[in-house]
Design a protein around this ligand. Structure first.
Ligand code: NDP
Length: 298
């Protein structure tokens, strides 16, 4: 995209490091609801900060959004300072939010009427992957839009996959994160029981991770963040609960019975109510620890 101006809206935990990689590639304008964050970003990176979504989109060939849910993305479109007022015919909107397929199809249809292309392009790989530019990006779009989006997304991800039409990226991201949520709960429960049965957590994981029960949660997340007691805050539990909710809706719409995903959604719903909006997703394991009166460390 070098030379072609881009805009990035939503400088949160994952949006900021993604935008920082884009800023190294060419002209970038950023917008954030809390403007001081955009100004701070512009000072630290080669970027300009805009006062409104409209100002950010004006003159941009590609506009990228990364907000909590599709609701916030849709809300950004309208009004005198909204994105629609700034997006020029021929522009491309890439939504990297972990959003929901139905809203994205609605947004795509509205934009198509203005000759603006749209792709849903949610990401996986966490804030570390965003900093390193090694995200996996799952894209829902038509072929032409995907071909246009690909070089921009490659500035942020090492694996950019076209997974289907508009909405398909969000559907895949939701089921991926439902699997993540299930794994977090399952590994937390299993390790709590192993520790109580007299197996040190580190020894239990060492064996699980060369056995059939291993997963990304057991191989990476728990050793790096739970056993060490580091508990970094990188991904809000509220956002993971939202993702499982999108997966549950998807199962209902597709007529698939999903008692396991449903239960994970209910448990994360309870964790969100108990821990609040700023808790980290792995705090779900802290709840299991406190309910079981056990610590998973080592
Ligand atoms: P954060 O909660 O850290 O940041 C949210 C961003 O959205 C902030 O820039 C915030 O602005 C902005 N925002 C919130 N509400 C509104 C609103 N009503 N209108 C305009 N802007 C708003 O979220 P993340 O960056 O972690 O996540 C963003 C998306 O990426 C989510 O869909 C998430 O599920 C997904 N994701 C996150 C990952 C992670 O590891 N963190 C991994 C993969 C996907 P302000 O600064 O003003 O609060």
């Amino acid at each position: 995209m070098s030379g072609r101006p881009a805009a990035f809206l939503g400088l949160g935990a994952i949006g900021a490091p993604m935008a920082a990689r884009l800023a190294r590639r060419g002209a970038l304008t950023v917008w954030n609801r809390t403007r001081s964050r955009a100004e701070e970003f512009a000072r630290a990176n080669r970027a300009r900060s805009a006062a409104t979504p409209r100002e950010a989109a004006a003159g941009a060939d590609v506009v990228i959004t990364c907000l909590p849910t599709s609701r916030e993305v849709e809300a950004l479109l309208d009004g005198p300072d909204g994105l629609l007022a700034g997006l020029a015919p021929g522009a491309l909107l890439l939504d990297c939010t972990s959003g929901d397929p139905a809203t994205s199809r609605r947004i795509a249809a509205e934009l198509a009427g203005r000759r603006v292309a749209f792709a849903d392009a949610p990401v996986s790989g966490g804030t570390n992957g965003a900093e390193a530019g090694t995200l996996t990006i799952m894209v829902g779009a038509d072929e032409t839009t995907f071909a246009r989006a690909r070089p921009i997304l490659e500035a942020m991800g090492s694996r950019v996959e076209h997974v289907g039409p508009v909405g398909a990226g969000h559907a895949l991201k939701a089921v991926n994160n439902a699997l993540l949520a299930i794994n977090i709960l399952a590994v937390g429960e299993a390790l709590a029981a192993a520790v109580k049965a007299g197996v040190p957590a580190r020894a239990a994981l060492d064996v699980i991770n060369v056995s059939s029960g291993r997963s990304f949660v057991s191989e990476t997340l728990v050793p790096e963040r739970v056993l060490t007691g580091a508990w970094p805050r990188t991904f809000r539990l509220a956002l993971l609960e939202k993702d499982v909710g999108i997966a549950r809706d998807l199962l209902r719409e597709t007529g698939i019975e999903g008692p396991v995903i449903d239960l994970a959604g209910e448990l994360f719903g309870r964790a969100r109510a108990a821990l609040g909006e700023s808790a980290d997703y792995l705090d779900a394991i802290r709840l299991i620890e406190s309910q079981g009166g056990v610590e998973i460390r080592g």
